[in-house]
Design a protein around this ligand. Structure first.
Ligand code: SF4
Length: 286
């Protein structure tokens, strides 16, 4: 059996940057036992990497109201809601800005368009933290989750200027479909393709990989939007595909395939990809 890795897989620049910031903070705090680094929600969608960071001293709280006074709060690569920033500023905490520069660019566009009187349409998962954060900076806006919703949604007539943007990790095809549908409703709608290239690179590398293998393993956290997209792309190919959050998820059935393709979402650390590959190869020997 052979395991073939996608040419591009695993951590993206934004996630890597947030983790580096956390690690720098741990080093800075090595001799400050009272220093505390917190995040609102998990820093990334990967339980195993979170467990490693918690071992180094990271604390995750559920809500901004749970943040400890005097702590440093690391904003995640996805960013945060406007009301969270406001609440943090009103408390005695230091904000360490870990937002991915690309998500910050989308946020800045939303703020600028809103200031110019645009109604903001955003494609993405309305429950995803990036989308909740981005739309909270829109003066007026609406999240469109699918082409079906785009068909059903009527842009309020009184909105003279409308712009459509996307969650960074959304599937570009879906974004373009929504854009096409929206153009039939409002010909002068402005469309800004804000799908992140890192996401597209992983998707394109997976498509090339699919041509060369008999089965696919997609690695990533269960709540990772970009990993779910990778899984769907692999499944649409008709090849057998498995979603593995860690090495425990590697199925014995993989032992029957000659060439297994390996892809991983943007929140999967190299060390975990190595462990999963090792486990797959062990299935061949079992
Ligand atoms: S997927 Fe792209 S936009 Fe999202 S955190 Fe990674 S680099 Fe940033």
């Amino acid at each position: 059996m052979e395991v073939v890795r996608a040419e591009v897989l695993g951590f993206c620049g934004g996630v890597k940057r947030a983790i580096i910031l956390a690690e720098q903070e741990f080093r800075k705090n090595a001799n400050r036992p009272k220093a505390r680094l917190e995040t609102i929600g998990d820093l990334i969608h990967n339980k195993r990497e979170i467990a490693r960071l918690e071992g180094l001293g990271l604390h995750s709280v559920d809500r901004v109201g749970d943040v400890s006074e005097g702590s440093t709060v690391l904003i995640r690569a996805h960013g945060a809601e406007k009301s969270d920033y406001e609440a943090l500023r009103s408390r005695k905490v230091e904000i360490l800005e870990g937002i991915c520069p690309l998500v910050r660019d989308i946020r800045n566009k939303i703020i600028e368009y809103s200031e110019q009187g645009y109604f903001i349409l955003l494609t993405g998962d309305a429950e995803h933290s990036e989308v909740r954060g981005l739309i909270s900076f829109a003066g007026e806006g609406k999240v469109i989750e699918s082409p079906a919703e785009a068909h059903e949604y009527d842009i309020p007539e009184e909105k003279e200027k409308v712009v459509l943007l996307s969650q960074s990790t959304w599937k570009r095809e879906t974004f373009l479909q929504v854009a096409e549908i929206m153009r039939t409703k409002r010909a002068d709608i402005l469309v800004e393709d804000t799908v992140c290239q890192a996401t597209l690179d992983r998707q394109e590398a997976l498509r090339r990989l699919i041509e060369q293998v008999d089965a696919v393993v997609v690695i990533g956290g269960r709540h990772s939007a970009n990993t779910q997209e990778l899984f769907l792309i692999a499944r649409e190919s008709g090849l057998p595909v498995w979603y593995c959050a860690d090495e425990e998820d590697v199925p014995p059935a993989l032992g029957q395939y000659e060439r297994i393709g390996l892809s991983a979402g943007a929140s999967s650390p190299d060390w975990l990809i190595d462990k999963i590959e090792e486990k797959i190869l062990m299935q061949a020997d079992a």
